[in-house]
Design a binder for this molecule. Structure first.
Ligand code: PA5
Length: 475
């Protein structure tokens, strides 16, 4: 794709917040005065993010990923080519920020039934992301792949995550038992020097590895080798993905709320949160964007759900992200969104042009209830339902806004990722919390170590054993 300025503009993602305003929503909407009153806070948040961009010590290294990976991208492309040539299966072993991005990009940019396509129609090996330690899932993955023909991309910044390391132990054992050299079947994506994967790589005699930079946390890592290697293996244009991110970065350089899409979204969400909208529903009208809502849920939840402000004052910040899919969930959740508690903001992701239109043939002419559909396309239908749902929510006085995605491709996905990352960073700054840590996740990881007898966790094990269920409360 040759990216002229005109083409970039035509692929530009926009935010339509008409239905957040009191002009269209009535008393439940946000007034001009309220927005005006938050201008300074928004400006300060923008200033904080701009001044600290790229700073590893603040975990802001992700802001520079669209610009500082020329050599890494070349290495990734060469490695991906090699993997495509050698292997029939590519399996990502990772969890959380080390898995949600690869799942999301795969779903967004590949055929929705990619693994079922014949080899000649796929751009790469069959693709799986194993982000759980459900024993059944592990066994059943092994039923459909042949480890001898598989490349495993072990992604873990710490190399200490029990789930990922368990999976690694299982596949390393299987590979050895199958007479294979483990080193030939794994690629590591991990920290530069710390962590167990670095040690394992040395023990195996130097595994092909990619680095997840110090300043890039898991949930901000999709544009790093965490996401880029799996994407490249799938034949996704990773340079275009990074160009889309850079374009969004450019659009968000301004602190002007009227011009910066990520800043206006963060500010509206902040105002909504502070007025009791504790639930943020993301509703893409596209199966390709279904897992973007999963990826975003982690980004938003783990970044903003905090119990201490930067000045040390206790708090309980955050907004619960809910994943919803248009139109599917119109038939399950929208009733609640329209008539239930006033505790939500709905973000629609609307697609301007789907890659398929799927015309609806004429038929059932004697049944007007059905016949009216003939002659339209499924694209028209899904877009009409999207518009109708936004209209119904607005009529019911429910906050909602729309992120317009002209079409789904690597460029617009790059825009979307960077847009949501910036929105999260701005919102975190407005909430005055540390957006980039995750003490709550670490606590769970440590408790698991203790329960499974990791050395150094004996005290915690005692405490956990003491917290056994009380039979008096078991029915
Ligand atoms: O966003 C995060 O930091 C977490 O979700 C991590 O990505 C997740 O816990 C996995 O950690 P690691 O990459 O160290 O295995």
């Amino acid at each position: 794709m040759k990216l002229t300025e005109e083409l970039r503009k035509s692929l530009r993602i926009t935010v339509d917040y008409t239905n957040m305003t009191d002009k269209y929503l009535g008393k439940n909407g946000i007034s001009k005065k309220t927005l005006e009153a938050h201008k300074q806070l928004a400006r300060a948040a923008h200033g904080y993010v701009s001044e600290n961009r790229g700073k590893d010590e603040l975990f802001m290294g992700w802001t520079e990923l669209p610009y500082n990976q020329t050599e890494i991208v070349a290495d990734i492309l060469a490695t991906a080519k090699d993997i495509r040539r050698k292997f029939e299966y590519f399996v990502v072993l990772g969890i959380g920020g080390s898995a949600l991005g690869p799942i999301m990009a795969f779903n967004a940019l590949c055929h929705l039934h990619y693994n079922d396509l014949p080899k000649s129609k796929r751009k790469g090996p069959k693709f799986y992301v194993e982000d759980n330690v459900d024993p059944v899932r592990m066994k059943e993955l092994l039923d459909v792949i042949d480890v001898k023909k598989t490349c495993f991309n072990v992604i873990s910044k710490s190399g200490a995550t029990s789930e990922t390391m368990t999976q690694y132990l299982i596949i390393a054992d299987l590979l050895q038992k199958a007479g294979e050299n483990v080193k030939d079947h794994v690629v590591f994506t991990t920290d530069a020097s710390r962590g167990n994967l670095v040690k394992i790589s040395k023990e195996l005699g130097g595994v092909k590895s990619f680095v997840l930079g110090d300043g890039v946390g898991g949930r901000f890592s999709e544009l790093s080798p965490v996401g880029l290697l799996p994407a490249a293996v799938l034949g996704i244009d990773i340079k275009l993905l990074l160009k889309g991110a850079a374009y969004m970065d450019k659009l968000c350089k301004t602190p002007d709320l009227k011009k910066n899409p990520a800043l206006i979204s963060a500010t509206l969400q902040f105002i909504a949160m502070k007025s009791g909208k504790n639930i943020g529903v993301m509703m893409p009208y596209s199966d390709n964007l279904k897992y973007l809502a999963d990826w975003y849920a982690q980004l938003w939840a783990e970044s903003l759900g905090k119990n201490v402000h930067l000045d040390g004052q206790p708090c309980n910040e955050g907004q619960t992200p809910v994943k919803s899919l248009g139109v599917t969930d119109q038939h399950s959740q929208v009733q609640l969104y329209t008539e239930g508690p006033f505790d939500k903001v709905v973000t629609f992701l609307s697609v301007g042009s789907y890659k398929e239109k799927s015309p609806i043939p004429h038929g059932c002419e004697d049944i007007p209830d059905v016949a009216f559909l003939g002659g339209h396309t499924m694209e028209e239908l899904i877009q009409a339902e999207n518009k109708a749902t936004a209209f119904a929510l607005t009529k019911a006085g429910r906050l909602n806004y729309t992120v317009n995605v002209p079409e789904i491709n690597a460029f617009t996905l790059g825009e979307l990722l960077y847009y949501f990352e910036l929105q999260t960073a701005y919102a975190g700054a407005m909430l005055n919390i540390d957006t980039f840590n995750q003490p709550g996740v670490e606590a769970g990881k440590k408790a698991t170590f203790a329960l499974l007898g990791k050395p150094g966790y004996a005290e915690q094990k005692k405490a956990l054993d003491g917290a056994a269920p009380d039979p008096a409360y078991i029915v």
